[in-house]
Design a protein around this ligand. Structure first.
Ligand code: GLN
Length: 445
């Protein structure tokens, strides 16, 4: 039925860069045969999923929605793909903003993914293909990656559940690096139950990722229990920013009233460094990106420009013609911030702000178990509305970015509509407390 759905709606939604219907069907048949033979299969066996196209899949093109990786087929699997194993039925590689840089999927070099709730609106980003695929029924679950909000914000815009795990909870091995100190892979799903199952499949220590946390992953489905009596909820006032859609604020406050009615204790708190988080992120993430993207030089993999007069000229031509404008902007910003003479003024200062933001979270979690905020200040916007104004695009990330800077886990769940477009509510937890945020989210299921 998922394949039929892809045939029916993919022309409108355009969630996939690479469709894998044939291999999906083969895998599904193999799973079925195993079940017939009475062999054990994994919990996600046979359930169609989509993989963001910045996660390496052995033998299947991995483009990062960039012309520079056109034609690149990784010879190995990301750890998450190994963990999903042979029983996983992958129906396609999902569209994204080029190298996961963006918040609308408009920065893809190949196509624009549309929001299934309103085809004139963006699906969010950068995991817009993953979120739209699940929302449109073109997959039952998906993997995305989240550096500053790229799982949670598209999940919110498309009315789905999206979880960014604690930094180090899920291996980044085989995730094409954007900003290595912030990137995490996580699930996008229709409900919290499915989210827990996908987390079970992908979480856990991996020796191939030096930042992987050496702690056993729990059974996340154990957190799918009703009851939040006595749960301490913090409402950080700095997250209710000017310019926020009043419908978003109303829905969040309504959801909080429900939690209180169910026995949660509410405290208003202040996280004073929140206002600096966005600026710090837009120095740190481009700085790391400028270094990570140095490897695309036309030699190792992907696209090489023709006609370079010497090797430097070949590098220059390759990078000029195959990176899109947003990627170039970030490489330039990052290189500038890391240059001698500017390093102390920009990059080092941003790192200090990162520590202050992290301390805001530490202090908040001395008083409360979870923090509740909107996922984004507005619902999905129209195509082109912010494409020429990077700053207004960056502002969509105010509520999600501090979470990445602090490395803590957060989930976005649907909590109402503004007009026909879904609103997302974000629940933030202590490090490694995915179970607490899953349990809180499950209250609404
Ligand atoms: N929108 C943010 C950015 O453009 C976050 C992207 C992400 O999480 N990958 O950097």
């Amino acid at each position: 039925s998922v394949l039929e759905r892809m045939n029916a709606v993919e022309g409108d939604v355009q969630a996939y860069i690479t469709k894998m219907q044939d291999t999906a069907l083969q895998r599904a048949k193999a799973v079925d045969a195993k079940i017939q033979r009475g062999e054990p299969v994994s919990p996600l066996a046979g359930i169609p999923g989509a993989i963001k196209d910045n996660i390496c899949t052995s033998g299947v093109k991995t483009t990062c929605a960039s012309k520079i990786l056109a034609g690149f087929t990784p010879p190995y699997n990301a750890t998450v793909m190994e963990k999903l194993g042979e029983d996983a039925v992958i129906v396609g590689k999902a569209n994204l903003d080029e190298f996961a840089m963006g918040g609308s999927t408009e920065n893809s070099a190949f196509q624009s993914t549309r929001n299934p709730w309103d085809l004139t609106a963006v699906p969010g980003g950068s995991s817009g293909g993953s979120a739209a695929a699940v929302a449109a029924g073109e997959a039952i679950w998906a993997l995305g990656s989240d550096t500053g909000g790229s799982i949670r914000q598209p999940a919110a815009y498309c009315g789905q559940v999206g979880l960014k795990p604690t930094y180090g909870r899920v291996s980044r091995y085989g995730l094409v690096a954007f900003a290595s100190s912030l990137d995490q892979i996580g699930p996008i799903s229709r409900d919290v139950t499915d989210c827990a199952y996908v987390m079970n499949a992908i979480a856990g220590y991996d020796a191939k990722d030096s930042t992987s946390i050496n702690a056993a992953a729990p059974d996340f489905t154990k957190a799918l229990v009703p009851g939040i009596k006595g749960l301490k909820i913090g409402l950080p006032r700095e997250y209710f920013v000017p310019g926020m859609d009043p419908e978003v604020e109303k829905s969040i406050r309504r959801a909080i009233d429900q939690l209180v009615a169910l026995g949660a204790e509410l405290t208003e708190i202040s996280m004073p460094h929140t206002q600096y988080a966005l600026s710090a992120y837009y120095l740190i993430a481009p700085a790391e990106a400028s270094s990570n993207l140095a490897r695309y030089d036309g030699v190792g993999f992907g696209h090489r420009a023709a006609g370079g007069s010497d090797i430097i000229d070949m590098y220059r031509k390759t990078r000029s013609e195959a990176f899109g404008p947003e990627v170039k902007r970030r490489i330039m910003l990052g290189t500038y911030a890391l240059s001698s003479g500017y390093y102390d003024a920009y990059y080092l200062k941003a790192l200090k702000i990162r520590t202050l933001v992290k301390q805001d979270f530490d202090r908040a979690f001395e008083k409360v178990d979870v923090l509740i905020t909107p996922t984004a200040p507005t619902t999905a916007f129209k195509f082109g509305e912010k494409a020429d104004d990077p700053l207004s695009m960056y502002l969509q990330d105010v509520c999600t970015i501090p979470v990445n800077l602090a490395g803590v886990p957060a989930i976005s769940i649907p909590c109402g509509f503004s007009g026909i477009l879904p609103i997302g509510l974000q629940i933030i937890g202590k490090p490694l407390a995915e179970e607490t945020i899953i349990r809180t989210a499950y209250t609404f299921e």
